[in-house]
Design a protein around this ligand. Sequence first.
Ligand SMILES: NC(=O)c1ccc[n+]([C@@H]2O[C@H](COP(=O)([O-])OP(=O)(O)OC[C@H]3O[C@@H](n4cnc5c(N)ncnc54)[C@H](OP(=O)(O)O)[C@@H]3O)[C@@H](O)[C@H]2O)c1
Length: 248
Amino acid sequence: MTEHNLTGKVALIQGGSRGIGAAIVKRLAAQGATVAFTYVSSDAKARELQDSVIAEGGKALAIKADSADAEAILHAVSSTVETFGRIDILVNNAGVLAMAPLDEFKLEDFDRTLAVNVRSVFIATQAAARHMGEGGRVINIGSTNAERMPFAGGAPYAMSKSALVGLTKGLARDLGPKGITVNNVQPGPVDTDMNPATSDFADSLIGLMASGRYGRVEEIASFVAYLAGPEAGYITGASLTIDGGFSA
Ligand SMILES: NC(=O)c1ccc[n+]([C@@H]2O[C@H](COP(=O)([O-])OP(=O)(O)OC[C@H]3O[C@@H](n4cnc5c(N)ncnc54)[C@H](OP(=O)(O)O)[C@@H]3O)[C@@H](O)[C@H]2O)c1
C-alpha cells in the first residue's frame, strides 16, 4: 500500500455517516488513516461508507453510538481501541441543529443540543486521550454561528458552538503537556442534510457570504485532514473559521 501522511494513524470520528463527517471519514482514509466512526440512526449509510473504505483498501469500522449517551461514547472509544489498538485522531463532528421561535423552543431540544454538541466532546476527549500519545489530535467541529448568528430561532445552537471555543482552549491546556493538540473548526454554511443549499433558508444566508455560495463538505474535510497531519503540530487551542466570508 502507498504511504500517505496519515498511514499508521487510527482516527475516531463521532458522527461520520453523512455530511461533513462522512467526508472527513473518506478524506482521512484516503490519506492512509484507519477510521472508526459513529452514527445514531443511518445504519445503511454507515455500512455503505464502511464498505467503501474497505473496498478502496483501507480499514474502517462503523459503530452505532448516540453521542447524547455517555456509555455509548465510552463504548465507541473502547471498541476502536480493541479493534485497532490505539487512537491518534479524534474528530468530534456529531451535531444537531434544533430551530424554533423562542416562545416554542422545547427544553428537551435545548438539553439534547447541549448533550450532543458539547457534552459528547468532553466525554469522548477525556476517554480517547487516555489512549493517545505524542502527536495526538483532537478536532472539534464548531460553527461560524459561535461568532455570528444572523437568524432567529437557533440561540441554543449558537450557544453550543460558542461553548466549544472555551472547551477547546481548556482541553488544549490539559493535553498540551502530552503533545496532543486540540482545535475547533468553525464551518460556515455547508451543503448537507442539516443545511441543504437548495432551501429557502439557504437563499437568506447566501447574500451574507463574501463568496456568495455554500461550502462543500470536501472543503471542510481537507482542512480537518491538515489539522490531523504532522505539519499542524504547532496549532492548538485555536478556533479556525472556514466560512466563505460569512463572518467577514
Ligand atoms: N452544514 C452546515 O452548514 C454546518 C455549518 C457549521 C457547522 N456544522 C456542524 O458540522 C457538523 C456536521 O454537520 P452536517 O451538516 O454534516 O450534519 P448532518 O448532515 O445532519 O450529519 C450529521 C452527522 O452526525 C451524526 N449524528 C447526529 N446526531 C448524532 C448523535 N446523537 N450521535 C451520533 N451521531 C450523530 C449523524 O448520524 P446519522 O446519520 O446516524 O443521523 C450524521 O452522520 C455538526 O456538528 C454541525 O453543527 C454544519
